[in-house]
Design a protein around this ligand. Sequence first.
Ligand code: TXA
Ligand code: MG
Length: 335
Amino acid sequence: MTQVLQLEAKSPRPEVIEQAAAVIRTGGLVAFPTETVYGLGADALNEAAVARIFEAKGRPPDNPLIAHVANREMLDVVATGISENAERLIERFWPGPLTIVLQRQPVVPFSISAGLPTVAVRMPKHDVALALIRASNTPIAAPSANRSGKPSPTLAAHVLEDLRGRIDLILDAGATEIGVESTVLDMTIDPPVILRPGWVTSEMLNDVIGPLGLSGSDELLMRSPGTRHRHYSPRARLILIEETSPEQLPDIYADPRSHRSIVFIGHSDLYIDDPRFHTIQIGSDPGEYARSIYAALREADRLNPDLIIVEGISDSGEGAAVMDRLRRAASGPSK
Ligand code: TXA
Ligand code: MG
């Protein structure tokens, strides 16, 4: 049985937090909101509890988890070798959507880091998340609370859809604010490298610690095993129209095979009056895309179309995180 408890995002009721913390302390699984997406939490120092996360999600064991902390002491419990630049980033961006990869302390279970000598750590900017970590009195390991490969959950309903019966508790505090996952920055190499783009952009990081290394190499794939797997995907085949290639649109439209069910997710109203398209419209700015895209992909899936077409946005600034997820959703075999 999966219990769902509603609570306020701001100043959540201590009794509800205490109930959830008791589940964490006894090795259970609690889904909770962060400012980015809902996470699936377990005691980060309890190997058996961490193993339950992988099982509930169907997550490949080579994809490591982020340890969530509520204060500096907890950071020092899980990580070491924190450079001056890492200190600067922590000062500037925590709590917030920046995950920092550091040297792992031996107390952290092997499985969280998928065998790597490093650990990814972040301090979320959400009253429920911070209160839960504090009340649990332990760092909380938490991947996004979706079945592996599916779009990340931005509502408690998405968590329930994927994990009902597989986890103990869901804390429902409404929609998450940002909608895409945190930036993951590897600080164990020089210069540091972004392993996953997010709401904290490379420009913002650059302003604090200077130039970053280049992302996208083979070396990067080895360092961030998670990036190898297909991700964020609905069931139907997904075509992404890059901002630079709008001429693709008429081609798809003219294709005779397009006499089938198609969901169009985008900001332009191209197909709004065409009965062959079910249109899910999103405002064109990156913030709106980030907040809405995962819910839109889930809605598209419920309509069970043959094809989903997503209109991309500019890759610059915050758009980079959105486009990274959409490219991953579009790649790989269709199921
Ligand atoms: O916003 C977020 O980051 C959300 C919320 C719940 O905090 N969490 C999240 O976790 O997105 P997850 O597990 O879905 O993504 C974690 C990412 C994966 O790409 C994983 O490969 C990478 O972080 N990662 C974790 N530990 C790592 C490590 N030691 N070295 C390199 N990459 C790591
Ligand atoms: Mg995830």
